[in-house]
Design a protein around this ligand. Sequence first.
Ligand SMILES: [Zn+2]
Length: 345
Amino acid sequence: MHTFTVDYSKDRPDPRTWVNRGYFAHSLPRLIPLCQLFGHKPVVDGYDSNYGTRDRARWVACDRCGVRPEPQGVLDADTWQLGQPYTGPFNPGQPMSPTVRKQLAARGHDAGIRQPGAWPARPEGAIGCQLVIGRSPTLGFGFKVGNAGSEHVLSAHIGLGPLGALYVHTECFGTFLQRRLNPTGFHSRVVDLSFHHGRVWWSLWARRNEHRAKDPRWMSGNANINPAHYLLGPRTNTVLDRTEKTPATVHLLDGTQHAVTVRMEKWQQCRPRGRRKTFWAVDWDCPTGIPIRNHAWKGYETYGGHFPAPDGLTDADGWAEEAARLVAESCMRSRDRYGYRAPAA
Ligand SMILES: [Zn+2]
């Protein structure tokens, strides 16, 4: 067994997150008492394409514990059906070195290289988790049952919003459940309940990352959870008035200047049985972008935004420069939130 931890808070510093750390344990022995007593129960495992293509694969796994021989074998998909007991040969001479394998294949001698090898004497698995204490991006809970090809066989999470979150996954552990609940196909299944954007979102044994038109309605969906939505009716937001886009300059505390355009918008918010509320908002654009965070793949710039403006701003002369000052404040707040560090010159 070997263990290690990873400190994610270094990549994403956030003063409201005190701990953001991953804990991993690899090469953990798997306890499989039934298979140790009675031997493994080989079946044909693999997948078929959903799209009618020839993308199919077959290999051997134990029906009970999910352990695969090493190597798992490359079987003919026309001969072997998914889930069928495997009665074909094993080649315990495997695994052989890739060089030997290549030399044999070059002589036209397959030496059983497509057959499954020997069962591992001491099957192993891994467990990992990520613990967040303090602000976390999720509110909700759920679990995933992987498919035959998943690296993470089982995973689960609970997110408590500002309090923290815990994510756990297994590798190899839990294949018994995966083989009972989701043996074929290459879609993992999820059960999940989460809360965001004023709505509750659910998935009940839904395919992960895929929705099909013929899926039953209960399988996944979302609903508004704001009581006002039901008491007063759905909220509508309308723009009643807006100024022209006006050029202005944003001066940041680090001495940089950014050319932007600002515009004021008068919004009306109302519900059919509620009061009307009007307010002004600043809408701004910066085509060249203003750096606010350090993020490897999202990039680090913001190109515009929208936020409520103080009362009376539009009446004053020089409102555009005042709006640009508010944009600067908003950018500085974002930099604080993301723990922005200016790149070295
Ligand atoms: Zn087994």
